[in-house]
Design a protein around this ligand. Structure first.
Ligand SMILES: C[S@@+](CC[C@H](N)C(=O)[O-])C[C@H]1O[C@@H](n2cnc3c(N)ncnc32)[C@H](O)[C@@H]1O
Length: 254
């Protein structure tokens, strides 16, 4: 997927709260080998290296655009590599993944695969958006189902693969993790009006639609999406409620 780091960073501050919540689920120890899976532009990998004493962090991401920005943060304790979640290698004390796995299908198979790369006694910490029932998402699918967008997309729409929290608990339990926490939280953002949600989703959910739509339909698509948002949500300033699932698990020591 073709990510735009500048657009993604417009709401950087709003994304710090879930990072801090996820970090609070990690058992901090010295000298951890850490994999930041889907590290994006690398800022969170740096924060991880600062908060985890004597640890080494490797950030992996499949987007050359995001990774190019991340490389600027390389240091003795943080390195970045181009790579895909589908081809993980090595074993890690901590695998950390923030706002990434919702781009990958089949979580009942994915989470056990990732856990195979956590060392015995190590940890997995994941945050995924679970806001797919909110108009910010449903209005994209509604716009994509109308012409001329439907024909241009060949009927394609994207449904989130994110599961309910109890399903993640069952998956983690089924993998033999000894301790786990799974929770869902609403992160509020205040926006001047409903249509402003499009600025947020332009850097995330809309990206695969832009990839499939011809350039001349991009602005028309976003405008129709904004109209649907304004119909679905209250007029004037709005509270944009953003649901996210966070989970952390400790793998059984050998
Ligand atoms: C929303 S950004 C999150 C970046 C960073 N973790 C953060 O929270 O700021 C999602 C990132 O996941 C990466 N990504 C998506 N699918 C991936 C995959 N299959 N393998 C590796 N990275 C992936 C994207 O390239 C993008 O940089």
């Amino acid at each position: 997927m073709s990510w735009n780091p500048e657009q993604y960073h417009k709401f950087k501050a709003d994304r710090l709260a879930p990072f801090n919540d996820l970090f609070s689920l990690i058992k901090v120890r010295e000298g951890l080998s850490v994999l930041d899976l889907g590290c994006g532009t690398g800022e969170l990998a740096v924060v991880l290296s600062e908060k985890l004493p004597m640890s080494r962090v490797t950030g992996v991401d499949s987007s050359p655009q995001m990774l190019e920005k991340a490389m600027a943060h390389s240091s003795g304790r943080v390195e970045f590599k181009l790579g895909d979640v589908a081809s993980l290698s090595g074993e890690w004390d901590l695998i950390f993944s923030h706002a990434v796995l919702h781009w990958i299908e089949d979580h009942p198979a994915l989470i056990p695969c990732i856990l195979e790369h956590v060392k015995p006694g190590g940890q997995l910490a994941v945050q995924v958006p679970s806001n797919h029932y909110h108009p910010s998402h449903t209005c994209i699918i509604a716009a994509a189902s109308e012409e001329p967008f439907k024909a241009a997309l060949g009927g394609w729409v994207r449904h989130s693969p994110v599961l309910e929290i109890d399903q993640y608990a069952r998956i983690l339990h089924g993998c033999g993790t000894t301790e786990f926490t799974v929770m869902e939280k609403v992160y509020p953002t205040y926006l001047p009006e409903a249509g402003a949600i499009a600025e947020w989703t332009k850097g995330t959910t809309l990206v695969p639609y832009f990839e499939r739509l011809p350039l001349e339909l991009h602005e028309q698509f976003v405008e129709r999406y904004r109209e649907l948002l304004r119909e679905a949500l209250p007029r004037g300033p709005i509270l944009f409620t953003f649901r996210r699932i966070l989970f952390a698990a400790l793998k059984q020591a050998e």
